[in-house]
Ligand binder design. Sequence first.
Ligand code: ADP
Ligand code: TPW
Ligand code: MG
Length: 600
Amino acid sequence: MDRSTVTDNGLSASDVTTSTSPDNPTTPANGPVMTPEPELTDGFHLVIDALKLNDITTIYGVPGIPITDLGRLAQAAGMRVISFRHEQHAGNAAAIAGYLTKKPGICLTVSAPGFLNGLTALANATTNCFPMILISGSSEREIVDLQQGDYEEMDQLAIAKPLCKAAFRVLHAADIGIAVARAIRAAVSGRPGGVYLDLPAKLFSQVMEAEAGAKSLVKVIDAAPAQLPAPSAIARALDVLKSAKRPLIVLGKGAAYAQADEAIRTLVETSGIPYVPMSMAKGLLPDTHAQSAGAARSLVLKDADVVLLIGARLNWLLSHGKGKTWGAPGSKKFIQIDIEPKEMDSNVEIVAPVVGDIESCVEALLKGMGKDWAAPPAAWTDAITAKKEENLSKMAGKLRKNAAPMDFHGALGALRTVIKERPDAILVNEGANTLDLARGIIDMYQPRKRLDVGTWGIMGIGMGFAVAAAVETGKPVLAVEGDSAFGFSGMEVETICRYDLPVCIVVFNNNGIYRGTDTDPTGRDPATTVFVKDSRYDKMMEAFGGVGVNVTTPDELLRAVNTAMDSGKPTLINAVIDPQAGTESGNIGSLNPQSVVKKK
Ligand code: ADP
Ligand code: TPW
Ligand code: MG
């Protein structure tokens, strides 16, 4: 029997609920008056009650010892419990749920191997500033600490610590309430990120009086308090911005996360400053906005003299704020809005650091700008518009090609139309060419609708993100996946079918990683980057009762996606892409070291 179903006193967990049974006799028919039995609760129920008290209503996870009953009881208590086939995808779902809702997403795993499977997602969430809590069962402390070989023995707390913002272990049922509260606050306050909560098996069956249990719970007050910028920091930032001849705003996913959509739009429009969105900030303002310089990105990064970063780090995705991308050395002044003070001067000097939450900072800037803020010089904005038009018309021709086999542009041209017509759909995107080209080609129109591989460029987020996007928002999801990228989480198509989610997956099937044309020089094996030729990923979806479609032209692709999205049925479209069409590493070939040594 699953150890988790039996409590210390031998009752099954459901017997010791916070039952208010009316037939709990206080006065036996003939006998002395007895004090009523106190109602009991246990660790299982306290965890669930603590989450619910804090308005957390969904758990993503994989069941097993010691958390099987936790999932069952959570479901019985009205929570949504989404069971995955692998913890990494449950973790990715929790992370992106956190990003979409500003409440920590919950991932629930079993001890050691399940925990480790979830850890990649926890680390990725922390790296991307997504709030999530990985709750993992663990084995008995006494045995683990003496390394006596318990079932799934592992010192999970120590392993999780360097990969998250905070890590806590709970040993007493009476501490569950405060531990959950701390975990929530740690995940969402300041810079959001991953938190680990270690719950040893014994904790779940610890019993205490229900009344004391209820009192031990904590509803977090103001989990992510506003952090106001100093007025002097705002004045300094405005001075620098005012001096600019060629100003630029860079919007990052921190800005999208902040849900300060109106304030950000007003700042952009009041200032008249052109902006570029980072990948997941696309749609914060519609990509078709007149001030979007996305299609002239190289030009604006190189030529801008003052750059206002809003929730975007100067990491590799922005070439660390220096080098060729950013033009002549010393030609830039950076203003940075971020909630994390340590982010300032991470790569280059920040002449005007503005530390605070984005909404407060943007509102303070707006107030300081007043009504008479002068728009940037027309020479600057006109040059950007001209470059944009040139680049967009160059691209337009490529997008209309209705050839078979498809190239990336032809196929993405069709998907661009889909999102234009269905701007509230959520786009999940991973791969190399499939990612980089989709990011450039598919315009986004609404905030937080583009979810992708983020700061690490991690493959495998696809199905986890797609599930959570559908569950959390109820909107249709379009997952645009390289064939390699899809393989990392492909088994979760069963999960998508099981929960009957409105997810349409398009696999860009070019027979491999980057291209499908490599060969093993020795002629023995397949090349390291290629897959089975002409695979039919659509059959995977059919295996679980979903709809599978094979398409070879952009027109067919467009029709198939529209049908899928109208029906809301789980669908996988195998889009046959020319195996020669891609380039090594997509747009980041420059980061890919290649051997220059020729062996004889
Ligand atoms: P991108 O990859 O889109 O460039 P990053 O993940 O590099 O974005 O940067 C996001 C930044 O946003 C992080 O430095 C994070 O501290 C910051 N951030 C997240 N939420 C907020 C918020 N509410 N207020 C201010 N800064 C935030
Ligand atoms: C967890 C390395 C980056 S992109 C990619 C891999 C394996 C797949 C690219 O092929 P795909 O796309 O998806 O078919 P396309 O259109 O170019 O053919 N493991 C992890 N993360 C990363 N980033 C890798 C490996 C990688
Ligand atoms: Mg591929």
